[in-house]
Every structure is written in C-alpha cells, then in structure tokens.
Design a protein around this ligand. Sequence first.
Ligand SMILES: NC(=O)c1ccc[n+]([C@@H]2O[C@H](COP(=O)([O-])OP(=O)(O)OC[C@H]3O[C@@H](n4cnc5c(N)ncnc54)[C@H](OP(=O)(O)O)[C@@H]3O)[C@@H](O)[C@H]2O)c1
Length: 159
Amino acid sequence: MPHIHVIVAMTRHHVIGKSGHLPWRLPADLHLFRQLTLGQTLIGGRRTFAEIGHPLDGRLNLVLSRDADRVADLSPCRTIKEALAQAEEAGREIFCIGGAELYRQMLPLATWLHISWVEQEYDGDVYFPDLNMSDWMETTCSQHPGFRHCTYQRRSACD
Ligand SMILES: NC(=O)c1ccc[n+]([C@@H]2O[C@H](COP(=O)([O-])OP(=O)(O)OC[C@H]3O[C@@H](n4cnc5c(N)ncnc54)[C@H](OP(=O)(O)O)[C@@H]3O)[C@@H](O)[C@H]2O)c1
C-alpha cells in the first residue's frame, strides 16, 4: 500500500471551514497544496469536491459519496475501502484532502501529516479532529505569508 498523507490548512483551534467554504484566502497555501499533491492520488469527501467545483488536474481524484450520481463527473467511491483499492492500483502516494468527515476516518490510517497552521483566528463550523501531537514527529517546517507549513511523520512508522 502506498503511503497515506493527510493534508490540511487549519487555525490553532482546528477550524478548517465555514458554511461549506475555506474561511481564508491564502494563495501561497493553494500553491503549496498543488506542489505537494501533483501526480498523486487525492481522496476527498463529496462536499469538499463540491466546493472545489472540478477535478484537480494532474492528479487522480477519488470522491467519497454514498450516492454515486451526485459526483458523476468525478471518480466516485462508495466506501473508504473502495477508494483505497483504486488508489493502491494507481500506485501513487495517497493524499486525504478532507473535509472533516474524511479526516476523521483517514487520520488513523495516515503516516504523514501536512499542516498549514493559519496564523489568524477565524470563526468556523467545521473542525479538524483532535490530534495527539506526541504521536507525530515534526520533520520540516517553513514560513509563508499568513501561515506556517509543517510536515509530520507518525512516530510508530519511524521504528
Ligand atoms: N482547511 C482545509 O484544509 C479544508 C480541506 C477540505 C475541506 N475543508 C472544508 O471542510 C468542509 C467540508 O467538510 P465536511 O466534513 O462537511 O464534508 P466532506 O468530508 O468534504 O464530505 C462529506 C461527504 O463525503 C461522503 N462520505 C464521507 N465519508 C464517507 C464514507 N465512508 N463512504 C462514503 N461516502 C462518504 C458523504 O457524501 P454523500 O453525502 O454524497 O453520501 C458525506 O456527506 C468545507 O467547509 C470545506 O471548505 C477544509
């Protein structure tokens, strides 16, 4: 199985979304997201792909929905298991791109975590799940306009 990565932008209080959208506009984060995920497989929830509005180019887009008709123009998967089987076949790294429902289900499977820590506080109605940072080892961090991007590896995967 290829590595599973979780990629997210969030505030220090774990806000990731508001009213179905990102609460902020951070072009440098979108650029970084593209750089990190290009050529890889993306797994995301139906609501997240609805917000994006189109498949992301240069990547295999796998969309989770219990009703395939809602995501007919993308590659629909009815279960995480089905999405992971398709991703494994593609043989590329797997990036879970959210939203909250998907993060909750896929975080336990991930060995890599890419967090853009948004510096400003925002109100939100969707949150990233609780994280036990002692399970994760920080490997890199870089400063960008409005956020700090850090990569973490799951400690149990380092043994
Ligand atoms: N800050 C960030 O980095 C970031 C990243 C992504 C998203 N977001 C934000 O997060 C919010 C959306 O998150 P969300 O939690 O509301 O929705 P979501 O996780 O994007 O999508 C949820 C939908 O995915 C489908 N789904 C989830 N688990 C499934 C499973 N095991 N099997 C089959 N289908 C499954 C269901 O679709 P059906 O209802 O069609 O069955 C469910 O309604 C938005 O505000 C967005 O802007 C933020």
